[in-house]
Design a binder for this molecule. Sequence first.
Ligand code: NDP
Length: 315
Amino acid sequence: RKGNVIITGASSGLGLATAKALGETGKWHVVMACRNFLKAERAAKSSGIHKENYTVMHLDLSSLDSVRQFVDNFKRSGRPLAALVCNAAVYLPTAKEPSFTAEGFELSVGTNHLGHFLLSRLLLDDLKQSDYPSKRLIIVGSITGNTNTLAGNVPPKANLGDLRGLAGGLNGLNSSTMIDGGEFDGAKAYKDSKVCNMLTMQEFHRRYHEETGITFASLYPGCIATTGLFREHIPLFRLLFPPFQKYVTKGYVSEEEAGKRLAQVVSDPNLSKSGVYWSWNKNSSSFENQLSKEASDAEKALKLWEISEKLVGLN
Ligand code: NDP
């Protein structure tokens, strides 16, 4: 019997490569949870995933109504859930002004963190109830949120501060649009959202791993310098970034290779440990990586969890 895996943002980049890697094994049915139905269908077709191995379902993470609607649709499909991969993200490094989700949260944190937070909370029961032998909830992290690395030290650095902006609603009205309460900065908002992703994974692990046996994990797949993530960046950056990563930092990884890495975290029996942030060596072997001080701060993770519950209407 095939396992069902939901992958958000599977219409391009890492999500698509992962859908392909898992689809090809014949052991997985991939639910591609995407905001652009046609783009996702086309992407699946052109990457050659067999139509028996995937379904596209609409999900716009920048609307909590859409998240709830997606969860209803998925439940109605009757598919037992073996794995959920929170992969989609927006990155707005050159934005001068903030954009907002349907509920009025700053778009990067609203989409990358809050949308996924609600989605994973609402699907936790489906994971619990499925009898698939190794159930997993994977949240894609990033090196850029980890200030214990070189890449994580390129300014503006991630910093959630005391979460006052988030607690205020992150809406630019009665609060800041930044989690720490500071001035809007698109690059920092993305990094902050990735710290939220990594903190959320650990809080899930602490709360639910023992009771449910579900594996909660995060990863940094390497620098996939060619994906659409950098589409909002200035042209010179987009031209120089891939060769820079290939030849200077040597952190470059192809979309295909990164997809194989994420597929490993979803399905490899050797990577079933919970609470881990996976990374890969130059020879492509996986290892348990250290998170930065902030990205592994249990007190912050708890506070983030509680504020996020309020914002998405779970509490
Ligand atoms: P892409 O931009 O190629 O993929 C992002 C995906 O997210 C797209 O499919 C996009 O949809 C989707 N998406 C964006 N907004 C929404 C939304 N509101 N609702 C639903 N889906 C949405 O980037 P990557 O493949 O590079 O990024 C994937 C993940 O990898 C992210 O979590 C990113 O943080 C992480 N990552 C990437 C690295 C890199 O070097 N590229 C390094 C480390 C981590 P659409 O196709 O419609 O635009």
